[in-house]
Design a protein around this ligand. Structure first.
Ligand code: UDP
Length: 318
């Protein structure tokens, strides 16, 4: 049995990942400071003897010895710890930067100590408001270094740099994946991102809040596809990335709103609000590299994924 550390393990993607890694027979150590993560996401895992939850903020150093004999060597680290919704990462911008610098250094140091393979959850936000469309990994991005999104975008960019420097300088075995918009069960009601906002609004027959004119685009990946992608990248020996993980089917925000109104049979109307500063106008991953090097591509269409997500939110708001 192998010990695998998941930081941000009580979060939306992290908790799905912990579940899957446990299913695969691993000993899973979940770190989370519970800022956006929630015990509700992992409550059902706590009774599993192979699951360990430790409330910890990666901004502080972390050392691990294992509860039982044989558990003490960390074999892999998935570093997912960081608020990912613009509302949450902008709430305390300095803390977001700390998570992506000091926090990443702490976790890379831990990886070095344990000779663990380290996967960094990077983001499509490294491309900023992209001038190249769709975005291949070779595109170097268009980020406003001083804008409200920079704490996250620049934080994640330097986190990528740290991974490659720890690899070059300290031989840490690293892998960088760039996660594009992802949705599904275990998202918080107050997550603030577009899919959860629209579904919750639609279920309450409240106005659907479109920021801007709704012509901006995003490409939405269902969480089970994303988790498969993360595990595949981690287990591909020697693969460093960076690699885009996301669903290349692109939709405008207005199209998404209409889809959600239809699928929920909602009486909601759309209303238009101001577009937040630096909100990217378009986003769609080129996933050629994931297909050719990892043999991974998403399998769940937006309609199917939304139906599942709507069922989850229906139970949550009931
Ligand atoms: N958005 C919106 N209404 C909402 C929440 C988000 O129109 O209630 C828009 C947002 O301005 C952006 C897109 O939906 O253009 C995706 O936003 P999200 O916060 O989900 O993630 P992002 O891709 O911007 O990080």
């Amino acid at each position: 049995m192998k010990t695998i550390l998941v930081t941000g393990g009580a979060g939306f993607i992290g908790s799905h990942l912990c579940e899957k890694l446990l299913e695969q027979g691993n000993h899973v150590v979940c770190l989370d400071n519970l800022f956006t993560g929630s015990m509700v996401n992992i409550r059902h895992l706590l009774k599993n003897k192979n699951f360990e939850f430790i409330k910890h903020d990666i901004i502080e150093p972390f050392f691990y010895k294992g509860r039982n004999k044989g558990e003490g060597r960390i074999y892999q680290i998935y570093n997912l710890a960081c608020p990912a919704s613009p509302v949450h990462y902008q709430f305390n911008a300095i803390r977001t930067i700390k998570a992506n610098t000091i926090g990443v250094i702490n976790m890379l140091g831990l990886a070095r100590m344990h000779k663990a393979r380290f996967l960094q959850a990077s983001t499509s936000e490294v491309y900023g408001d992209p001038l190249v469309h769709p975005q291949p990994e070779s595109y170097r991005g268009n980020v406003n270094t001083i804008g409200p999104r920079a704490c996250y975008d620049e934080g994640k960019r330097v986190a990528e740099t740290l991974c490659f420097d720890y690899n070059r300088q300290n031989n840490v075995d690293i892998c960088v994946v760039r996660i594009f918009n992802t949705y599904g069960s275990k998202m918080a009601i107050n997550d603030g991102r577009v899919v959860s906002n629209f579904i919750v609004q639609a279920l309450h027959d409240k106005p659907i809040t479109i920021y801007g004119d709704g012509t901006q685009t995003r490409s939405f990946c269902y969480v089970s596809d994303m988790v498969d992608g993360l595990i595949t990248a981690m287990n591909k020996k020697g693969f460093k990335g960076p690699v885009n993980l996301g669903n290349p089917d692109e939709f405008t925000v207005l199209e998404l709103a209409k889809k959600i109104i239809k699928l929920t049979n909602s009486g909601s109307k759309v209303i238009f609000k101001a577009l937040p500063e630096d909100d990217p106008l378009q986003r769609k991953p080129v996933i050629k590299k994931a297909i050719s090097e990892l043999n991974w591509q998403p399998t769940i269409s937006l309609d199917i994924g939304l139906k599942e997500t709507i069922i989850y939110f229906k139970n949550k708001v009931a």
